[in-house]
Ligand binder design. Structure first.
Ligand code: MF3
Ligand code: CO
Length: 236
């Protein structure tokens, strides 16, 4: 898993310089796919339940699962990129939200709080804790800043399959849920809305947008529970 997750991290390192006004989300998909194939790995999302691309590109009010297209990024947009890799039998999965040039103060705060909430969740990912300790830490971080966590999409176990048990909501009660044990691998992925938590799936059957069309951000890491804490596998 460390190998597949390292490839995910490397794609993100490579793609940052491509995020600029005028680039299309399809061009980003081409970059991601070529990069993953060049590592003798496979894009995990392409063909998954019929998803047509190697990266999810979700812009502004799009929450997750945006499909790459001829849409051009413009100054002030925020874009969430979600990438999965399959390599030698194992999956890695991560996401980040990036600014396109100058963004609003609200967008900056949303991105920063979402990233902080992922970190808060990760810090609870150690053996002996309960699964929903992670959920509660994410929720507390987000809601204390006046934002909301999406409820109809969740994080997940990951390993030989992209999605494994357990489901990992971004809200819940500390002290509840299954006990975390060494060797578990989890995709922790807060999706955070500037407005209400409700989302709507568009007619393409994939793109989830905020129902109130407020901005949304998404950060994700694949994390291993170790003897003494955690290892963030999708970080270089
Ligand atoms: N990181 C997302 C997830 O874990 C991405 C899945 S996109 C899909 O569900 F296209 F593969 F469905
Ligand atoms: Co995921």
């Amino acid at each position: 898993m460390a190998d597949s997750c390292r490839i995910v991290a490397e794609v993100f390192e490579g793609i940052r310089k491509n995020i600029e006004p005028g680039v299309t989300t399809k061009e980003l998909d081409d970059f991601v796919e070529a990069f993953i194939l060049s590592k003798s790995a496979k894009p995990a999302f392409k063909g998954y339940r019929g998803y047509p691309a190697s990266v999810c590109t979700s812009v502004n009010e799009e929450v997750v699962h945006g499909i790459p297209s001829s849409r051009k990024l413009k100054n002030g947009d925020i874009i969430s990129l979600d990438i999965g890799v399959f390599f030698k039998g194992f999956y890695g999965d991560a996401a980040v939200t990036l600014p396109v040039d100058g963004i609003s103060a609200e967008a900056k705060k949303l991105i920063s709080v979402t990233e902080q909430s992922l970190q808060a969740g990760i810090e609870k990912a150690s053996a002996g804790n309960r699964l929903f300790d992670i959920s509660a830490a994410v929720q507390q971080c987000v809601e204390s800043q006046g934002f909301s966590v999406v409820r109809n999409f969740v994080g997940h176990g990951i390993g030989r399959n992209l999605h494994e048990e357990p489901q990992l909501p971004n809200f819940g009660k500390a002290g509840e849920g299954p006990r975390l044990v060494e060797g578990m691998t989890l995709a922790i992925e807060p999706m955070v809305n500037a407005g209400g938590w409700e989302v709507t799936v568009l007619e393409d059957g994939w793109t989830a947008v905020t129902s109130d069309r407020s901005l949304s951000a998404h950060f994700e890491h694949t994390v291993a529970i170790t003897k003494n804490g955690y290892d963030v596998l999708t970080k270089l």
